[in-house]
Design a protein around this ligand. Structure first.
Ligand SMILES: C[C@H](O)[C@H](O)[C@H]1CNC2=NC(N)=NC(=O)C2=N1
Length: 81
């Protein structure tokens, strides 16, 4: 559900809205530009931003943020493939 909220925030910030399908373990994001009746750069730009944010793993950045713990299932609400 956190993924849906995150995509929703990015969509509002972009003023470009995807169609979402979700289940307990996955979210499907479909993008098209209604006004153009097709795919435009707006769709690619929003898809890129969604992937960048959802797949963010701070521990890989080498900064101070550790990221969600991988070894303790009680806390790691994000399951990376
Ligand atoms: C009225 C119209 O939906 C709005 O101007 C914006 C909002 N979000 C949108 N989202 C998408 N996917 N395509 C649009 O053309 C679009 N237009």
């Amino acid at each position: 559900m956190m993924v849906i909220n995150t995509v929703g925030h990015l969509a509002e910030a972009a003023w470009h809205h995807p169609d979402l399908t979700a289940s307990y373990a996955w979210v499907e994001v479909r993008l098209k530009t209604h006004s153009a009746k097709g795919i435009t750069d707006k769709d690619f730009d929003l898809a890129r931003k969604i992937e960048e944010v959802i797949q963010w793993q701070p521990a890989r950045d080498g900064g101070a943020l550790e990221g969600t713990p991988r070894d303790d299932p009680r806390f790691a609400y994000i399951k990376y493939d």
